[in-house]
Design a protein around this ligand. Sequence first.
Ligand code: FE
Length: 146
Amino acid sequence: MEQHPANPYYSRTDTTILHVSDAEWKKVLPDSVYWIAREKGTERAFTGRYWDFEGLGTYYCAVCGNPLFRSDAKFGSSCGWPSFFEAIRPNSVRYQRDTSYGMDRTEVLCGRCGSHLGHVFDDGPPPTGKRFCMNSVVLEFEPDRK
Ligand code: FE
């Protein structure tokens, strides 16, 4: 399990909704995570650690430790970002309309800490038809124990 000594809000078991200011997150998160999670940045396609990754396990929020996705909902997408057809639980993520950059998209936020994770589109595979297009930087993969 990854250790987060600098981040007192990180927990894989505490489901308390977090209300933490960006100034505070800035102090406890690596710059790369802060930029995507709190400034809604996007990693360059085909550069993240998970777009092409097929391990069996669980993906957690890299900001707060909230469980987000299971590997069995991940699918090979040619878009260059890790893609899932559903979240691990309905309330593990939240949604918000995003009209930035002249597009009309649905932003996906962590259900616990409210951090930006990516966007969801309607061109995914069965059974949901959804494509959760996520940034690897804000995900942490934990393999299943044998
Ligand atoms: Fe989170």
